[in-house]
Ligand binder design. Structure first.
Ligand SMILES: [Fe+2]
Length: 216
C-alpha cells in the first residue's frame, strides 16, 4: 500500500482500527469478481482493477438494514452459482456495511425498509476504483424503486428474484434471473417487485460514481 493511500483513508475517516483484524470474506469477493467476468460484457470486466482478494483497500464500519431480512428467502429461491453469493452475504452480514442512497424524504419510510445495497468496488468501497462501482442491490418483495436517472452508465444482473424493470424507451419488462439489464447514462429507469424480493449485481461506469440519482 502506498503512502498516498494511507493519507486518503485517514482523510475519508473510513478506516476502523478496531476492525482491522476482520477481513472481507475472500470467497464473497472472488464470487463477485467471477460473476462480473462470466456474466457481464467484457468491456465492463476489463475496467476491474487488479484486486488482492485477501486484503481490501478499506475497512468499513458495519451497517445493517431492514431489507437484509429478505436474504434467506433470496437464497432459497436462488440456484447455483448465484446461491453461494447470497449464502456468503448472509454468513458475513453482521460485519458488512450496507447502505442506502435515499432518505425518507425521497421515497418514504416503507421504501427504505425494502431497499439497500452493498458496494464492493468504487471510490469509497472495500476495493478502490474511480472508474467502476459495483456491488449488489437488494429489494423487498413488494416495492417500487421509482423512476430515476444518473450520469453513469449502468448494468444490472439479477441473481435471485424476477422483478419488473422500467426503461423509458421500452416501458416495464419482467426480466428473469441472469439477464443483463443495461441503462445508458441519463436514461430514466426503475424497478418493481411483485410478491418476491430481488437481489441484483450492479455496475456503474462513467460520470460521477457517487452521484445521488435524480428523480423525474
Ligand atoms: Fe440506476
Amino acid at each position: 500500500m502506498g503512502r498516498g493511500k494511507i493519507v486518503e483513508f485517514i482523510d475519508t475517516g473510513s478506516i476502523m482500527n478496531s476492525k482491522l483484524d476482520w477481513q472481507f470474506p475472500d470467497l464473497l469477493a472472488r464470487a463477485w469478481w467471477s460473476l462480473v467476468k462470466t456474466d457481464c460484457p467484457a468491456d465492463w470486466f476489463e475496467l476491474l482493477p487488479e484486486l488482492d482478494f485477501d486484503r481490501p483497500d478499506r475497512s468499513l464500519e458495519p451497517q445493517s438494514l431492514a431489507v437484509l431480512d429478505y436474504l434467506p428467502r433470496l437464497a432459497s429461491m436462488a440456484t447455483a452459482p448465484y446461491r453461494g453469493i447470497i449464502d456468503s452475504l448472509i454468513e458475513a452480514q453482521a460485519n458488512l456495511r450496507f447502505g442506502q442512497t435515499y432518505s425518507e424524504a425521497d421515497f418514504g419510510a416503507e421504501f427504505l425498509r425494502q431497499y439497500g445495497w452493498i458496494k464492493i468496488l468504487g471510490p469509497d468501497a472495500y476495493w478502490h476504483s474511480s472508474q467502476l462501482a459495483s456491488g449488489f442491490l437488494i429489494l423487498g418483495n413488494d416495492v417500487t424503486y421509482p423512476q430515476h436517472w444518473h450520469e453513469a452508465e449502468e448494468i444490472y444482473l439479477p441473481i435471485s428474484g424476477n422483478a419488473e424493470w422500467y426503461r423509458e424507451d421500452q416501458g416495464w419488462l419482467r426480466q428473469p434471473v441472469g439477464t443483463v439489464i443495461h441503462h445508458s447514462g441519463g436514461v430514466k429507469h426503475g424497478t418493481r417487485t411483485i410478491g418476491e424480493p430481488l437481489i441484483a449485481l450492479y455496475l456503474w461506469r462513467g460520470g460521477d460514481l457517487n452521484q445521488k440519482s435524480a428523480i423525474q
